[in-house]
Design a protein around this ligand. Structure first.
Ligand SMILES: C[S@@+](CC[C@H](N)C(=O)[O-])C[C@H]1O[C@@H](n2cnc3c(N)ncnc32)[C@H](O)[C@@H]1O
Length: 206
């Protein structure tokens, strides 16, 4: 049986599902944007702003991302040690769990200009009955998505084979506690597909 062919905009992976939401959190006239842990750069390429910088610790990811767009400043380096300056908007899509949580969130905060915005789509680990209850929705939804991807000829794993992967993540309670200390006022929401979102509007002085 021939497989259906979906248009590009309907192709699906767990991170792309939240990318549209993430892009909507950016101010319509963002000046400078930094994407942390950009991987192959799909998010960075989609951002419309005065200037977009994207950093990744993997040389291979940056090498491959750099072949896809010359309008992004691609930086190979460790976000903790690389001097980057501060940005109107800092984004992190599925990368914060690659960093120690508190140090990582503190670094993302430092990189955000006063008055700027930090937007995170992150992964959390199942740790409470509420997390497990969410699985009653997530698992059937995930199976359905897997079926649709198979029928439409898309790769069923959501990871590129060269993408660095970390198989653990903090629990949602740890993320909320870190956020309330480090980025007070941040809005943290539990999402489907083992994801959470965090939006923090930096005060004028921080
Ligand atoms: C799961 S990938 C997510 C990639 C991309 N944001 C996406 O959504 O497809 C996480 C990325 O974070 C990068 N990373 C991990 N630690 C880092 C660090 N200390 N500094 C910069 N990037 C880092 C990894 O190399 C990896 O490419």
């Amino acid at each position: 049986m021939g497989k259906l062919q979906l248009p590009e905009r309907l192709r699906w992976d767990h991170n792309a599902w939240y990318r549209r939401w993430l892009l909507r959190q950016l101010p319509s006239e963002a000046g400078t944007v930094l994407d942390v842990g950009c991987g192959l750069g799909e998010l960075a390429r989609s951002i419309r702003a005065g200037s977009v910088t994207a950093i990744d610790a993997s040389e291979r990811m940056i090498e491959r991302a750099a072949t896809t767009s010359s309008s992004v400043r691609w930086v190979h380096g460790d976000v903790f040690t690389r001097e980057l300056g501060r940005f109107d908007v800092v984004t992190s899509e599925a990368s914060l769990h690659h960093l120690p949580l508190r140090e990582g969130l503190t670094r993302l905060k430092e990189l955000t200009k006063p008055g700027g915005r930090l937007v995170v789509v992150g992964l959390y680990r199942l740790a409470t009955p509420a997390d497990v209850a969410m699985e009653l929705v997530t698992l059937p939804a995930n199976a359905l998505v897997g079926l649709v991807k198979w029928l439409t000829g898309q790769r069923t794993g959501s990871h590129d084979p060269e993408m660095p992967v970390v198989w653990t993540a903090p629990a949602l309670a740890e993320i909320r506690a870190a956020a309330s200390e480090i980025t007070p006022g941040a809005r943290v929401r539990r999402r489907l597909f083992w994801r959470y979102t965090l939006v923090w509007d930096a005060p004028e002085v921080h």
